[in-house]
Unconditional design. Structure first.
Ligand code: SAM
Length: 285
């Protein structure tokens, strides 16, 4: 498809029968990397938006919701996290949010260096200074190759991938989760984005089924991302020693002291794991 120009609309397909559309105020970038099409547009309602292969990844207006949910819940589920591993997440928003915790080290393994370069240049508010943080190590590599071959140890792993197709497909496999469980040891915590509870229940079941052999606790929690088709979005966390849905609130308050958030709150933490009845089958599969 050609490059849309200002005033035209672009479409992000959701399930088979619906989509979200956005008017392009300005097309800031449109290229094809070795892995995917990379676009950045200016939009009146959501500001600058990163789009990969026609799917909205993150926007200036609502990125904080996704990044707060995929960082604070798993990091707080580990008793004393030091070393963090992020797979994917080339826009840097998750790294930025996670580094607000007193971590000692953060490795981010992103397969497409162009995503990092384009986001840092055109949407700098999303990564902020995260890539320049002395704790950060950026590796441009396939996430599964890194975890299969590394001898390093990590405490928490976050998988901020695109949907399960193309280069991301391997990041939803039980092999991949097994490699992660190996590098994280006895107290490891893993969290991934697990898709829409409305039209991707198969993805949620896949993630839960593939995590279960490797983690004692597997919990799915619910959030909302206005620019993801269907808005409601899920995350799934695997933990070896602590139940992420039953953490002590006073400990959470102590560890979140000084970390101001705009979506995640300690009083709402355990309710994130409570699904409305019409979605309850999502968390039992
Ligand atoms: N929040 C977004 C979402 O839920 O759709 C994801 C954002 S982030 C930009 C997704 C990143 O995962 C992309 O930059 C993509 O290049 C990266 N990615 C996909 N497959 C990968 C792999 N096998 N190893 C490492 N990174 C990968």
């Amino acid at each position: 498809m050609g490059t849309p120009s200002a005033g035209e609309w672009i479409t992000d397909p959701g399930g088979e029968g619906f989509a979200h559309t956005y008017r392009v105020e300005a097309m800031l970038h449109d290229s094809r990397s070795a892995f995917q099409r990379i676009q950045v547009i200016e939009n009146k309602d959501f500001g600058r938006m990163l789009i990969l292969d026609d799917a909205v990844q993150t926007t200036e207006r609502d990125e904080f919701i996704y990044h707060e949910l995929l960082s604070h819940v798993p990091i707080l589920s580990h008793p004393s996290p030091g070393r963090l591993l992020i797979i994917g997440g080339g826009d840097g928003g998750l790294l930025r949010e996670a580094l607000r915790h007193p971590l000692t080290h953060a490795t981010i393994v992103e397969i497409d260096g162009d995503v990092v370069e384009v986001t840092r240049r055109l949407i700098p508010s999303i990564p902020g200074k995260a890539f320049d943080d002395p704790r950060t190590r950026l590796l441009v590599d396939d996430g599964i190759r890194f975890v299969r071959e590394t001898s390093e140890a990590f405490d928490v792993a976050l998988v901020d991938s695109t949907d399960p197709k193309g280069p991301s497909l391997v990041l939803f496999t039980t092999e991949f989760y097994g490699y992660l469980a190996r590098v994280m040891g006895s107290q490891g915590v893993l969290a991934v984005q697990s898709g829409s509870p409305i039209y991707q229940q198969d993805v949620i079941a896949l993630v839960r089924g593939n995590m279960a052999p490797h983690f004692r606790f597997v919990r799915t929690y619910l959030g909302m991302v206005p620019t993801y088709p269907g808005v409601l979005w899920t995350f799934t966390v695997g933990s070896q020693t602590r139940d992420p849905a039953a953490l002590d609130e006073s400990e959470l308050s102590r560890r979140m002291a000084g970390i101001a958030t705009r979506y995640y709150t300690v009083p709402a933490h355990r309710h994130l794991f409570t699904f409305p009845p019409f979605l309850s089958e999502v968390t039992t599969g």
